[in-house]
Design a protein around this ligand. Structure first.
Ligand SMILES: NC(=O)c1ccc[n+]([C@@H]2O[C@H](COP(=O)([O-])OP(=O)(O)OC[C@H]3O[C@@H](n4cnc5c(N)ncnc54)[C@H](OP(=O)(O)O)[C@@H]3O)[C@@H](O)[C@H]2O)c1
Length: 277
């Protein structure tokens, strides 16, 4: 599925491409003719993405390190001969109640989700002479706070503030905020504790954030590639804010309670990355 778009000759850096939405996006860009540079900490996964894409450059880097943030841009520009777009499907999502969050968890979440993307953006803005496109992945959690996701939501709210400030300081570039809802399978929940999830899931009833079906990561990756192609094809249009949400009904309180019980038993998702309903 998807629409036909042509990304031939477009040079695109995907930060956070070793798994999840970033990996699917990078593969979808390459399948549509784009040239990719992929960044993240796990070198082996980045090499796998480049092999699966049939080309591209892998740039292992940790956004916690300021020098890595600059080097990602330098290496991508050197390998691709320039950059037309930089995408940030990057992030970590701690799941913990506010009274139990540590300074380390807060600091790491802000370093990855807010500071790193802005340092990479700064390096790319300084390296460019032509208008560029920057796309940041934010979360439905900004508009809908949830128990256990306070630190995560705070980082995404801060990310959105940086996007609005980038637009003010650099109107020659375009800074797109892409808000997405539940997407699986990805590795965003890799550090989730089943115990915390079982505690908070029933409390999410009525928020509408947990739906019977999640968006599939490859569908979202394809849509991000198509959105990028659309924005690049229309350089005089500021595509500021886009939202992708699951086209599916929210779950009721009793189903969320049952899911909480399954999470406590270690069964968060089934083999297809869907809720075990
Ligand atoms: N999945 C969802 O339901 C959902 C919902 C709303 C928003 N989002 C957002 O969508 C984006 C993609 O998430 P995802 O679900 O695809 O999760 P994911 O599979 O965990 O992907 C996150 C990516 O970020 C990279 N990353 C994490 N820490 C990093 C660091 N310090 N330096 C460099 N790269 C780092 C990871 O690579 P390494 O570990 O190799 O570094 C990975 O490639 C995130 O911004 C997330 O907040 C996801």
């Amino acid at each position: 599925m998807g629409i036909e778009v042509d990304l031939k000759g477009r040079r695109i850096l995907v930060v956070g491409a070793s798994s999840g939405v970033g990996r699917s996006t990078a593969l979808a860009i390459a399948a549509r003719g784009g040239e990719i540079a992929v960044a993240g900490r796990r070198a082996a996964q980045l090499d796998e993405v480049v092999a699966a894409a049939g080309g591209g450059v892998a740039i292992p880097a940790d956004l916690h390190r300021e020098d890595d943030c600059a080097r990602v841009v330098e290496d991508a520009v050197a390998a691709l001969g320039g950059l037309d777009a930089v995408l940030f499907p990057v992030g970590v999502s701690p799941l913990q109640l506010m009274t139990r969050l540590t300074a380390d968890t807060w600091g790491s979440a802000f370093a990855t989700n807010v500071v790193g993307p802005s340092l990479v953006t700064a390096a790319a803005v300084k390296a460019r002479t032509e208008p560029g496109l920057f796309l940041y992945v934010s979360s439905a959690n900004v508009a809908q706070p949830l128990q256990g996701l306070g630190a995560y939501g705070a980082t995404k709210a801060a990310l959105e503030h940086t996007i609005r400030t980038w637009r003010l300081e650099h109107p020659e570039h375009r800074f797109l905020r892409l808000t997405i809802g539940a997407t699986m399978p990805t590795e965003i929940h890799r550090d989730f504790s089943g115990d915390v999830l079982s505690e908070v899931l029933p409390k999410w009833a009525g928020t509408g954030v947990v739906t019977a079906d999640f968006m599939h990561v490859d569908d979202v990756g394809g849509a991000v590639a198509e959105l990028t192609a659309f924005a690049l094809a229309h350089p005089k249009i500021a595509v500021d804010d886009v939202t992708f949400s699951p086209a599916s009904a929210p779950l009721d309180a009793s189903t969320l309670g049952q899911l909480g019980q399954r999470a406590a038993e270690g069964q968060l998702l089934d083999a297809d990355g869907q809720l075990p309903l």
